[in-house]
Write a protein that binds this ligand. Structure first.
Ligand code: FAD
Length: 291
């Protein structure tokens, strides 16, 4: 099926847009973590979000989830690893599934970490963000995994079944008895290889020869997620309607720039939702004329 809108990111920007779009009876595909915002979950106390006095981050996420559930808005718990524009539609690859939507809202927040050296150049050439999509390419091969999202620990287990040797760096204390796994105490900071990734370098200078590298972070840089999207520094460039350089593709929240605040994310999500409604209505009128 073709959704009216695909929303990538279940933080406050995505939620705010989802609420408005749902109230206008749009078919929404809402992709991201079932918890909601990872950032809010980590916040100890939030004192500046209007209407909810001094609240713990986890509690605010619970309130946000409840509001979505009450309107019957479902989260599809998947990570989007690639987006492409095709004619007047957007194709999204999330884990192993493809989705199609008439419009798109990027509400992905900002990646906590900078990419590794050579990561962008070697992505798709021995470097992958999706274990279940690309793991089979590395059967009986040496794989390095850099994982900073504890919800993706099962992907490491999956790669362990496939690989002949697995080097694993995590920031959340992953452990395993498997003789195939070597846990790395230092992070991978650089990828090596000309046409294809063939090694990784750790922060202590140690180099490991590998056949493939899996980078599993909660958020992917917008330029990598949707190639060709116009940026302003690390942020997605938008106009006053939150529309990006791609017609029909909108962005809201931290991914469009500072201040990184919940109230700003919610406001931009709302502006984007109204612009998306306008866009869908214009596109319906265009199709009616063409018939
Ligand atoms: C420790 C801490 C304390 C904070 N305290 C406050 C405060 O007191 N007040 C305040 O106003 N702000 C605070 N903030 C900032 C606030 O959390 C952010 O500004 C806000 O959450 C941004 O909302 P967002 O929807 O843009 O992005 P996020 O909340 O970051 O949500 C984006 C979501 O998208 C998901 N996602 C990203 N990429 C993908 C993908 N490819 N596929 C699927 N899902 C994806 C992520 O997993 C994430 O859950 C704090 C932040 C931190 C880290």
């Amino acid at each position: 099926m073709t959704y009216d809108v695909a929303i990538v990111g279940t933080g406050p920007a995505g939620l705010s847009a989802a609420l408005t779009l749902k109230l206008h009876n749009k078919e929404i595909l809402w992709l991201g973590s079932a918890v909601g915002s990872d950032k809010i979950e980590k916040s100890e106390k939030i004192a500046n979000y209007p209407g909810v006095p001094m609240v713990g981050g986890s509690e605010l996420n619970r309130i946000f989830r409840k509001q979505a559930e009450e309107l019957g808005i479902q989260i599809t718990e998947k990570k989007v690893t690639n987006i492409a524009a095709l004619d007047d539609k957007f194709m999204l690859l999330a884990d192993n599934d493809m989705y199609e939507a008439r419009s798109l809202l990027l509400a992905t927040g900002i990646p906590a970490a900078k990419g590794m050296e050579n990561e962008e150049r070697l992505l798709g050439s021995g470097v992958s963000y999706c274990a279940t999509c690309d793991g089979f390419l590395y059967k009986e091969k040496r794989i390095a995994v850099y994982c900073t999202d504890s919800r993706m620990a099962h992907d490491i287990d999956y790669l362990e079944e496939i690989a002949s040797k697995l080097y694993v760096y995590t920031n959340f204390g992953y452990s395993s008895d498997s003789p195939k796994i070597e846990i790395l105490n230092k992070p991978i900071i650089k990828l090596g290889g000309e046409m294809k990734a063939d090694s990784v370098e750790l922060s202590d200078g140690r180099r490991l020869d590998v056949d493939g590298v899996f980078i599993l972070r909660p958020t992917i840089a917008p330029s990598t997620l949707f190639s060709g999207l116009e940026l302003e520094g690390a942020h997605i460039k938008v106009d006053k309607n939150q529309e990006t350089s791609y017609k029909g593709c909108f962005a809201a929240g931290d991914c469009t720039g500072r201040p990184y605040q919940i109230a700003k994310a919610v406001g931009e999500g709302s502006v984007a939702a109204h612009a998306i409604l306008e866009y869908l209505s214009e596109s319906d009128k265009g199709s009616a004329h063409a018939e």
